[in-house]
Design a protein around this ligand. Structure first.
Ligand code: AGP
Length: 616
């Protein structure tokens, strides 16, 4: 969850570091710091607990040197509280070496004991300082920062991205990664390192992905990548499709408001380039048919909102590809000793591509012999690089902690995958595929219609409901994961208790929660394409209405059956059952945002949460 940036080039690095850290704020943090070396070989560093503005104010009052080599860090506390002393960078080798770190060094305490026994002292409680002191000791032995890194990382266990600079080597920043993100930005006479491309996208979109257990040394003119043994390795260049403006709020009140408004284009952009003559063709999957012909089962693994996207995708995968699908929470999957092997395809879903629970589950699946496919929104992220195949969502940068446009993009990618697998396995005719493709291609415009027609109405009654203390969400079939997603969104940004249920579960317990005035959102299936389910849900509505519930129905345009029982009806355009979730979720995203805003809360950076959970 920490943010990392490194810079070497002709320009003063301080402002580059701070603006890069500002674009990484969304990762969630509680302290920030930078280190800069100038041409005279002096190393300046400044670090402060709190938000980036605290560091900015301090630097404004007491600027660092105008050095052109620098590293910067935003810290999410794991070992040691958010204090100035525990903030990064950490210094070593007589304060000539500065180190920043993202991840957790699992064996730091035994390393610390070893170093203390050798007479080293420590100024913080962090695992990072142990790595810094170890690196300093190795640098004293070799006088070469890259060699010192090689000797150090071989002693570390756990997950880490480390960056360091040394006063005696201006113009050089060295980094290493294991189970934690790091990408390279290639400039003209300058180079960058970042925990993700947002760190440097305002300066360059030319990037290189660094693989597992690799070390990178950057100077203004050169980038050298080697493995932990010192052997040169191939790196994958890629173009960042986001530009600096895309990663900015663009005048919206919040990143979340901007990203909800982008839900139509997130779907459209995820489809783009993957449909030709009405048929699905996913370039990333060309030549990989055996991934789908040789399997007899798919397991979808993810966390949070991504898992709910997987629950929706299950219906399409089973209906179109005719392959049994299970959806599991990644952190449960890995510890239940699952029965998987070469005929299992494990599909991971992750917006950030760095969620440690999901990453470790993917690595577990690979070690167990399963094939792996990553659905991810972040190019060059760790999970896609650990997978046999990738289908990127193209939702663009999602900065708000609450995932919205990535969710609809994930469902879209799963549908494209399901149609692709259906074709490869001969389970779908071209005509059947073309029919579903045309339904999918109609979704962006339908989402836009929901936003245009309902957003203001939803924000209004969200305002009236600002004092609500709990909300229930009900759904059936593909509406059930949407109920779960609606509840999660509300919980995570408005801090209100909310729970999603399968509507059929009501009589098996949850109906005891219903008392007069209890707000209940109900996802109502289409009366035209799901008449049986529609009737069941309408009777569920009557049951809770009879007990005083306040019903907010998400129902298809023209559905009059809900009118006698609903206090509010939010209309969505007519769509086939599998495409309704993409429309029904939009009012729930808007509602959660409206209620959090009405409560005066920070919708982008809710308390206790980070955008990417890169620790287990
Ligand atoms: C969703 O709004 C939450 N922020 C959270 O549940 C998130 O979906 C989950 O942590 C998975 O993140 P990922 O998609 O980056 O793996």
């Amino acid at each position: 969850m920490c943010g990392i940036i490194g810079y070497v080039g002709p320009r003063p690095s301080q402002d580059i570091l701070i603006s890069g850290l500002a674009r990484l704020e969304y990762r969630g943090y509680d302290s920030a710091g930078i280190a800069v070396i100038d041409g005279e070989g002096s190393l300046g560093t400044r670090k402060r607990a709190g938000k980036l503005q605290v560091l900015r104010d301090d630097l404004a009052a007491h600027p660092l040197t105008d050095g052109t080599t620098g590293i910067g860090h935003t810290r999410w506390a794991t070992h040691g509280g958010p204090t100035d002393a525990n903030a990064h960078p950490h210094l070593a080798d007589d304060d000539k070496l500065a180190v920043i770190h993202n991840g957790i060094i699992e064996n730091f305490s035994e390393l610390k004991s070893e170093l203390v026994a050798e007479g080293y002292t420590f100024r913080s409680e962090t695992d990072t300082e142990v790595a810094a002191v170890l690196l300093g000791r190795e640098y004293q032995a070799s006088g070469d920062l890259t060699q010192a890194f090689r000797a150090t990382v071989s002693r570390l266990e756990g997950a880490f991205t480390l960056l360091a600079l040394h006063r005696d080597q201006p113009g050089l920043v060295v980094g290493a990664r294991r189970n934690s993100p790091l990408v390279i930005g290639l400039g003209d006479g300058e180079n960058f390192l970042g925990s993700d491309v947002a760190a440097f996208v305002e300066h360059t979109r030319h990037a290189l992905a660094i693989g597992q257990d690799e070390i990178v040394a950057i100077t203004p003119q050169e980038v050298t990548v080697t493995d932990f043994s010192g052997a040169a390795v191939e790196v994958e260049p890629f173009e960042v499709v986001w530009d600096a403006a895309a990663a900015d709020k663009g005048g919206w009140s919040s990143f979340m408001a901007k990203e909800v408004s982008e839900e139509p284009e997130a779907v459209a952009n995820t489809i783009r380039g993957r449909v030709h003559d009405g048929l699905v063709q996913i370039p990333e999957l060309e030549g990989l048919d055996e991934l789908f012909t040789g399997i007899d089962r798919i397991i979808v693994i993810a966390c949070g909102t991504a898992a709910y996207a997987g629950m929706v995708g299950k219906y399409a995968l089973e209906q179109w590809a005719r392959v049994p699908v299970d959806v599991e929470l990644a952190h449960e999957f890995r510890y239940r000793d699952p029965v998987i092997g070469a005929r299992t395809l494990v599909v991971s879903i992750s917006q950030s591509g760095e969620t440690m629970d999901t990453l470790m589950a993917v690595k577990y699946a690979r070690e167990a012999g399963a094939k792996t496919l990553s659905i991810c929104n972040t190019q060059g992220a760790t999970i896609p690089r650990e997978s046999d195949a990738i289908v990127y969502t193209h939702a663009g940068p999602e900065v708000a902690v609450a995932s919205t446009k990535a969710f609809v993009a994930q469902i879209t990618a799963l549908y494209l995958l399901a149609l692709h697998v259906g074709r490869v396995r001969g389970a779908l005719t071209d005509d059947a595929i073309a029919e579903q493709v045309s339904q999918l291609e109609a979704v962006p415009e339908k989402i836009a219609r929901v936003l245009a027609s309902e957003q203001e109405h939803i924000e209004q009654f969200a305002h009236w409901m600002a004092d609500t203390r709990s909300v229930i969400f009900l759904g059936r079939h593909v509406g059930y994961p949407i109920a779960l997603e609606g509840a999660l969104k509300l919980k995570e940004i408005s801090y209100i208790h909310a729970e999603g249920f399968a509507a059929g579960e009501l009589k098996h317990g949850p109906i005891a929660l219903i008392e007069p005035g209890q707000p209940v959102f109900v996802m109502v299936p289409s009366p035209t394409s799901s008449p049986l389910l529609h009737a069941k849900v309408v009777s569920n509505i009557q049951e809770i209405r009879a007990r005083g519930a306040r019903i907010i129905a998400v129902a298809e345009e023209g559905d009059a059956a809900v009118l006698p029982f609903a206090d509010e009806v939010l209309r969505i355009p007519l769509a086939e059952p599998l495409f309704e979730p993409l429309l029904a979720v939009v009012p729930l995203h808007v509602f959660a945002m409206g209620l959090a805003t009405a409560k005066g809360l920070d919708v982008d950076q809710p308390r206790n949460l980070a955008k990417s959970v890169t620790v287990e």
